[in-house]
Design a binder for this molecule. Structure first.
Ligand SMILES: *[C@@H]1O[C@H](CO)[C@@H](O)[C@H](O)[C@H]1NC(C)=O
Ligand SMILES: *[C@@H]1O[C@H](CO)[C@@H](O)[C@H](O)[C@H]1NC(C)=O
Ligand SMILES: *[C@@H]1O[C@H](CO)[C@@H](O)[C@H](O)[C@H]1NC(C)=O
Length: 395
């Protein structure tokens, strides 16, 4: 049996070596190949429970099918490993279901992107009133909206800006690389570089100085997520907590007395995009991040919203009579939040909470300013999340 297995692997590698690198949208013949590879893997790895060998199993299938770019395959190494092992263990009962996850349109498994859910829209839709123009002389609110600051604390002026890694203008990913002595083709500029680089910290400070000097009439600040750099291989809980504190301090330093309302971005997760809802074991929960946020934002988040922030990273604030702000944590509908593969229906009741908030505002005749990171219906949003969001917004 082992011999036949080895022979089959040889044949699979051999037949694949003539093909271009396989994308994860494969056709039905490739589904058959995947199921064959799974059978071989089963033979080779023996009759251990799937739980014991799932990492080997998935790695084997990824290698045999030359699937390099699929996030599950990438995720089996490095930061995501623990998350993936947990998620795969929850969702895979039959080994061949792995094909259903890795290959679009392969059945025998489930498609995490096709698990739509619908919440009933609350309340009775009021009749439409055409908004009338605001009479002249009414007070105007001015809002400073900052997003995706992506501050890279390791930015180095003069370092390579075209480094061939996902993020440049900083020390290389592999610290053994002698990057200093290497000839620099595009040196990183002082204020940032058009290239594969994030923003240096001093750019943020300089921008804030300029805003403070020229825009004294700001009423409030919105910061819609992604404080961290794109160097997601370097992410740590400590680093992310320090960044929350640092950006908060920057706001207080340059715009003292101006309230800042943050929303959570997908880069606030460690690993990136992964925010464990409460159906996961406690070690995946987000108390470390949300707790730090509550501490840092206590001047701005109402005391009665603290438990909400710590629970799912959302809050509501009555800004003025007639206007509320809702900070919605769209990581609960993030298509790369792998915990949601287990159950993406209304994680931690977040969409239900949002609908209740909107209904309450409507009942009280208030308008709502929503701050969130991932666009409701963008490619990074899961279908179910997007549908419910749009049903609410379009009701
Ligand atoms: C999604 O699932 C539904 C019901 O399970 C099925 O009818 C539909 O064909 C699926 N859509 C896709 C794109 O796979
Ligand atoms: C934010 O962090 C940077 C980089 O570590 C540091 O130089 C700066 O002083 C910090 N800013 C504030 C306001 O704490
Ligand atoms: C998924 O989560 C929803 C909302 O919490 C729950 O109602 C549902 O039973 C869960 N589904 C499964 C299969 O656990």
């Amino acid at each position: 049996m082992k011999f036949i297995g080895v022979l089959l692997i040889f044949l699979i590698f051999w037949s694949n070596s003539f093909a271009a690198p396989v994308e994860h949208k494969l056709d039905s013949t490739q589904c058959t190949t995947c199921e064959l590879v799974v059978e071989v893997a089963h033979d080779l790895l023996g009759d251990d429970t799937l739980e014991d060998c799932i990492a080997d199993f998935v790695s084997f299938v990824c290698t045999a099918l030359h699937i390099e770019d699929h996030f599950v395959c990438k995720g089996m190494v490095g930061d995501f490993k623990e998350t993936f092992l947990y998620v795969l263990d929850q969702i895979i009962v039959e080994p061949k279901e792995i094909c259903g996850i890795l290959l679009k349109g392969c059945d025998g498994g489930f498609d995490p992107y096709n698990a739509t859910w619908f919440l009933p829209m609350p309340g009775v839709k009021p009749s439409h009133k055409t908004p009338s123009p605001i009479p002249a002389g009414k007070p105007i609110l001015r809002v400073l909206h900052l997003s995706d600051l992506h501050v890279d604390n390791d930015y180095i002026i003069g370092s390579e800006a075209k480094c061939g890694e996902p993020l440049c203008c900083r020390p290389p990913k592999d610290t053994n690389e002698a990057f200093v002595s290497k000839d620099v083709s595009v040196p990183a500029g002082k204020w940032g570089t058009v290239g594969d680089c994030d923003a240096p910290y001093w750019l943020l400070e300089d921008m804030m100085k300029n805003i403070a000097a020229n825009h004294k009439d700001i009423d409030y600040i919105l910061i819609s997520g992604d404080l961290e750099s794109h160097a997601d291989w370097d992410y740590s809980k400590e680093g992310h907590m320090a960044k929350v504190q640092n950006i908060t301090d920057v706001m207080k330093k340059f715009l003292p007395g101006k309230p800042a309302y943050f929303a959570i971005g997908n880069h606030e997760g460690v690993p990136i995009d992964n925010f464990g809802p409460h159906f996961t074991p406690a070690k995946f929960h987000m108390d470390w991040l949300y707790g730090k946020m509550v501490d840092e934002w206590q001047d701005w988040v109402p005391a009665d919203q603290k438990t909400q922030v710590i629970y799912n990273g959302c809050y509501m604030k009555q800004l003025f009579p007639g206007l509320r702000l809702i900070s919605l944590n769209n990581a609960m509908g993030d298509s790369n939040n792998f915990y949601l593969f287990i159950n993406q229906t209304d994680p931690d009741g977040t969409m239900t909470w949002f609908l209740e908030q909107l209904e309450d505002a409507e009942r009280n005749g208030d308008k709502v300013h929503v701050v969130a990171h991932i666009p409701g219906g963008g490619g990074e949003a899961l279908e179910g999340w997007a549908i419910n969001y749009y049903n609410a917004v379009n009701r």
